[in-house]
Design a protein around this ligand. Structure first.
Ligand code: GDP
Ligand code: IMO
Ligand code: MG
Length: 430
């Protein structure tokens, strides 16, 4: 039963989308298992740029069935506009399957996301304000509306009336906002049903049919390991489980259905939003500014500047454990090309002098640790046209080897530019 997972090993935006796109060549299904339109995945094919938020990156191949699994939270208006965008670019989208069990992001979720962030002031999480947290919270509270509720207008309306009473109390009495109108929400959502209905399906069944037929099923992670609700830098995380284990609940398979786990790692680190970041290059640091500039590190989704930093191998090693990575895919190696020296974080120092070889579990420690760096030589030459490992300068090969030696996980891919073909594949043993 061959299932493969693409998972981010840092704080997101590692370049997962391009690897889903690459591996989808051999897959029959491509399944999103968590998150929502807080994700922004960029794929460049023959110079054409595709920015996807909800639809799995495998949609670009006609042989792949893209699937939005039960673990995803869906804003139906965003989904429809993404399908329209893809159709306008000539991509066939009728194959898209949408789980009836996926939860709906409602207008009050987005409003609550916005007002709670404002309320938190300087303690804000820096969310994407897409309503992700409030939607997952309602799922856990068992008052969420699901995609399947759209197919029964009476039930949809009953559930909406019930939940809106509480939400309107919260919005008007706690946050001093105007209450929302159930008629308006119901009309907007139910008007979208004719567009959505042809896509709604039993996606768990589809995934198992495909696995049993011996076909490759690709599970596309959004966000990343350190944004994971349980294993990330809580509370500066998202509200779902992006780690590979999230596939089991978010797509409905057991762990033994997963054979391959590709951990995607940017050759340096970036983070959007608030939270600890030990190897951060603080604003004003010329190397950090250069990484942002050369790597175009501005959010696909919100346009925010991503915080840059050196590669943190301690976090990466922990991520390979949390996800049981069978291999790593390194992205954006080309962005490091002009640098004379490269630092990689290989340990941490606590403020009491304790040396940490692992990611400290306690957030008070995590917030104060200082990185211990090892310095490696840069290569100082363009690598954007490299097609095979032997095309890379020795310093670049050593950088990749250092990552492999530290994590003890095979590096299968190195990308050297954003296009589909700017990719070096490394068979095991090379
Ligand atoms: P995702 O959220 O993990 O799918 O990643 P994003 O799409 O948000 O961010 C990755 C960005 O890096 C996109 O703009 C990609 O086009 C770009 N990118 C991916 N791989 C490479 C690479 O090897 N080199 C360069 N220069 N850019 C890359
Ligand atoms: P992809 O899939 C980077 C971050 C937000 C914020 C935190 C919580 O493109 O890698 P949320 O809106 O999820 O409640 O915000 O998570 N975040 C991401 N950062 N890439 C993403 O997705 C992200 N999705 C959420 O910036 O810090
Ligand atoms: Mg992204």
């Amino acid at each position: 039963m061959p299932g493969a997972v693409i998972v981010g090993t840092q704080w997101g935006d590692e370049g997962k989308g391009r690897f889903t796109d690459y591996l989808a060549k051999d897959a029959s299904l491509c399944v999103r298992y968590q998150g929502g339109h807080n994700a922004g995945h960029t794929i460049i094919v023959d110079g054409e740029v595709f920015k996807l938020q909800l639809v799995p990156s495998g949609v670009l191949y006609p042989h792949v069935t893209p699937v939005i699994g039960n673990g995803v939270v869906v804003d139906p208006a965003v989904l429809i506009s993404e399908l329209d965008m893809l159709s306008a670019k000539g991509v066939e989208t009728s194959r898209l399957r949408l789980s009836g069990n996926a939860h709906l992001i409602m207008p009050y979720h987005q409003e609550i996301d916005r007002v709670t962030e404002r309320y938190l002031g300087k303690n804000k999480l820096g969310t994407t304000k897409r309503g992700i947290g409030p939607t997952y919270a309602d799922k856990a509270l068992r008052v969420g509306l699901r995609v399947q509720d759209l197919l029964d207008p009476k039930i949809f309306r009953e559930k909406l009336d019930l939940v809106l009473r509480e939400k309107n109390g919260l919005l008007s009495k706690v946050y001093n906002r105007l209450p929302m109108d159930a008629n308006e929400i119901a009309e907007t959502y139910l008007n979208m049903v004719p567009r959505l209905e042809p896509h709604i399906d039993d996606t768990v069944h589809l995934v198992h049919e495909s696995l049993e037929a011996g076909e490759w099923v690709l599970f596309e992670g959004a966000q990343a390991t350190y944004l994971d609700l349980d294993h990330g830098t809580y509370p500066f995380v998202t509200s779902s489980n992006p780690i590979a284990g999230g596939v089991c609940t978010g797509a409905g398979v057991g762990p033994l259905a997963i054979q391959r786990v590709v951990g995607v790692v940017k050759a340096y680190t970036t983070r959007v939003g608030s939270g600890p970041f030990p190897s951060e290059l603080l604003e004003g640091d010329p190397i950090g500014d250069d990484l942002v500039e050369r790597g175009r590190e501005f959010g696909t989704n919100t346009g925010r500047r991503r915080r840059p930093g050196w590669l943190d191998l301690v976090m990466l090693k922990h991520a390979t454990r949390l996800n049981t990575c069978t291999e790593l895919a390194i992205t954006k190696l080309d962005v490091l090309s002009p640098l004379k020296e490269l630092k990689v974080c290989v340990g941490y120092l606590g403020d009491d002098g304790t040396r940490y070889e692992h990611v400290p579990y306690h957030q008070s420690v995590m917030h104060k640790i200082k990185p211990i760096y090892e310095t490696l030589p840069g290569w100082g030459t363009d690598i954007e046209r490299a097609e095979k490992i032997s095309d890379l300068p020795v310093e670049a090969k050593n950088y990749v080897q250092f990552i492999e030696d530290f994590t003890k996980v095979h590096v299968s891919f190195v990308s050297v530019g954003p296009s589909r073909d700017q990719l070096v594949v490394l068979p095991r043993g090379e």
